[in-house]
Design a protein around this ligand. Sequence first.
Ligand SMILES: NC(=O)c1ccc[n+]([C@@H]2O[C@H](COP(=O)([O-])OP(=O)(O)OC[C@H]3O[C@@H](n4cnc5c(N)ncnc54)[C@H](OP(=O)(O)O)[C@@H]3O)[C@@H](O)[C@H]2O)c1
Length: 217
Amino acid sequence: MRVVIAGGHGKIALRLERRLADRGDQAVGLVRNPDHRADVEAAGGQAVVCDLESAGVDEVVKVLEGADAVVFAAGAGPGSGAARKDTVDRAASALMAEAAERAGVRGFVQISSMGAGAPPGEDADEVWAAYIAAKTAAEVDLRGRDLDWTILRPGGLTDEPGTGRVLLGPPPLPRGSVSRDDVAAVVVALLDEPRTAGRTLELVRGDVPIDTAVRAL
Ligand SMILES: NC(=O)c1ccc[n+]([C@@H]2O[C@H](COP(=O)([O-])OP(=O)(O)OC[C@H]3O[C@@H](n4cnc5c(N)ncnc54)[C@H](OP(=O)(O)O)[C@@H]3O)[C@@H](O)[C@H]2O)c1
């Protein structure tokens, strides 16, 4: 399987690249900073420099040709303002999805966030409100595409070692956290299970082995 990962130097993305490479799949990580190539390659992936806030759709289509799936793992990140929530968390996802349609790449796993799909609380600050609005709009965009999409909404992300056990299911799940290791492992399992297409799923830490949780969906 050849999987193109938007936000290829992200913390989930690097873990995902390592997992895919370890089992013989090809991971292609899109990075905007050329200095990040070495880390993607060290994780076993192939790095392609592509800034998703300035790239045109034709450029992305070229990168996607011959791929089996896209994983959207980019994000403007903590410390970024409301404007970049829109240009990355919404618009870059829509760009990847449009390019996937044009390139004929059917599989698309979008890493969204718990909290998406509903208005932010009344006490939400401007940046959190922009983040939730961007993630929600990216989900709406993806659901309208002719793709085998799966939307994954993790809870709060941690850098703890993965446990291989999760709570995964349609919203709403109780709020909670989940390790990036386990998110990456769930993404691999979703890529392997075509019947998860068309599903919106939430993810927090739990007791169910990941393969069992995905099979049970
Ligand atoms: N933090 C949480 O608790 C939480 C909870 C639920 C969901 N999420 C979502 O989970 C996803 C991944 O999380 P993570 O912790 O792995 O994120 P991360 O480490 O911040 O990685 C995001 C990546 O996106 C890249 N990126 C930003 N702008 C880009 C652009 N214009 N073109 C190409 N790449 C760009 C960043 O590259 P640079 O290094 O160059 O900036 C970074 O490598 C994000 O979508 C996030 O919103 C987070």
